[in-house]
Design a protein around this ligand. Sequence first.
Ligand code: ATP
Length: 205
Amino acid sequence: MISAIVFGGTFDPVHNGHLAIARQAREGTGAEEVWFVPAALAPQRDAPRATPEDRLELLEAACAASGQSGFRALDIAARRGGISYTADVMDALRTAHPDVQLAVLLGADAARTISVWHRSADVLRTEHFVIVNRSGAEPLDAAEADRLGYAPARTTLLTVHSPDVSATEVRTRCLRGESIEGLVPEVVAGLIARKGMYQQNRDDA
Ligand code: ATP
């Protein structure tokens, strides 16, 4: 029985897609909590636009406003700095919470990249997974999950309503001065506006 779902990502920024799948993953597995873990730097991609502190603040606000008492934002990876690898984050969380059955939440797009992850064999051998479909990406079926190395006994494939939102779209709209209403919680939109986040291209920053 999974009791806490660990949801890692860049969350640059957190958006309604993240929150929707977190809620449905929790409902679909019966887990009590979802722990959002923003990466300091994420492997295989450019540095996030916002600082780890700002991304964490947005996540904390989103969790508080979500009405989901089990949603928490953890600073474990942001505080540690450097590239945040799932293997290291999960080891640290297991050590800190030895009695909690953890599972890693992944969208289909992220799940397909597992072979290039740091210590992917360890991760595949050790962790439980909840994998959800993502709009715009082909859903993962049991045969593909098996081929990718996810052990059926430790993997839950969930079909969810995945809102068609990405953090890239939120950043692009901010850059163009367009509204992000409906893409992120109101409290997150307010913080982004107040802090003037995502208003400049990386080259201008
Ligand atoms: P970016 O556009 O900057 O690449 P993103 O929207 O993909 O960001 P991340 O923080 O990189 O967000 O994603 C973290 C995790 O959330 C990944 O496992 C990804 O598959 C999942 N995810 C993000 N948005 C959705 C969505 N709309 N539906 C399902 N899964 C999602």
